[in-house]
Design a protein around this ligand. Structure first.
Ligand SMILES: Cc1cc2nc3c(=O)[nH]c(=O)nc-3n(C[C@H](O)[C@H](O)[C@H](O)COP(=O)(O)O)c2cc1C
Length: 211
């Protein structure tokens, strides 16, 4: 835990990345694992994650991100896009994944569980389902940020972008996806002034209620 605190104090919301420094593939794989292993509601992981290194594409995305420099300067831009069609077929694909991974059959208690998940998903209004999917993507984002800090890789969450334009540029709509949050991953530029700023958080007595 001491280490976790140290990692959390080390990380910060990077504004300027050193574009000359690439994150090694081995480390990118570890970050990918952190996203993949994050828990999600029912285990459904109702999102996809795009890893974008292509400079030309990132130049287009930069315009849709208010020209925030992280989009083009970071080693990799990660886009979290929620699945917009989480339906019975999506749930079925998940349960067949369970059956394959655990070598079990759906018939019996697992089928009952499958039916209750379908019920829980289908009773949500579309807006509510999209919000639910977005929550799952943010949780995975959190795992990414912590894993990056543990590897001494900089990662910044970003909401300052136009999601409809991202959808358009990345062709997400046709894939049943919608961009909800992005993260820039790389190494801080030595001249990024934000790294020297004192961290500001709400005081413990305002943030926590202990009963
Ligand atoms: C969901 C989310 C969205 C954010 N969006 C942006 C953004 O668009 N641009 C940016 O420079 N920083 C963005 N940040 C970084 C925050 O401003 C930063 O994390 C916060 O001020 C706390 O500072 P720290 O991360 O340096 O501790 C975002 C952070 C989060 C968690």
């Amino acid at each position: 835990m001491e280490n976790t605190t140290e990692h959390l104090n080390w990380r910060y919301g990077v504004k300027r990345y050193d574009s000359a420094k690439k994150v090694q593939q081995e480390d990118m794989d570890k970050l990918q694992d952190a996203i993949r292993m994050a828990p999600s509601s029912f285990g459904l992981q109702p999102f996809k994650v795009l890893f974008i290194e292509d400079a030309e594409l990132r130049a287009k995305l930069s315009v849709a991100s208010f020209h925030q420099p992280q989009v083009t300067e970071a080693s990799c831009l990660i886009v979290f896009a929620i699945e917009t069609n989480v339906d019975e077929a999506f749930v079925d694909a998940y349960f067949s994944n369970i059956c394959g991974a655990r070598g079990v059959k759906l018939e019996g208690s697992l089928e009952k569980h499958r039916d209750s998940v379908v019920h829980a998903i289908s009773r949500k209004q579309n807006e509510e389902r999209l919000a639910w999917a977005t929550h799952q993507a943010y949780l995975a984002l959190g795992f990414l940020l912590l894993a990056a800090a543990e590897l001494k890789i900089d990662a910044n969450a970003m909401e300052g972008f136009m999601s409809a334009q991202y959808d358009e540029i990345l062709g997400l709509k046709q894939k049943g996806l919608h961009a909800v949050v992005i993260a820039a991953v790389g190494y801080r530029h030595p001249e990024d002034l934000y790294q020297h700023m004192v961290k500001v958080r709400r005081p413990e007595n305002e943030l926590f209620i202990k009963i």
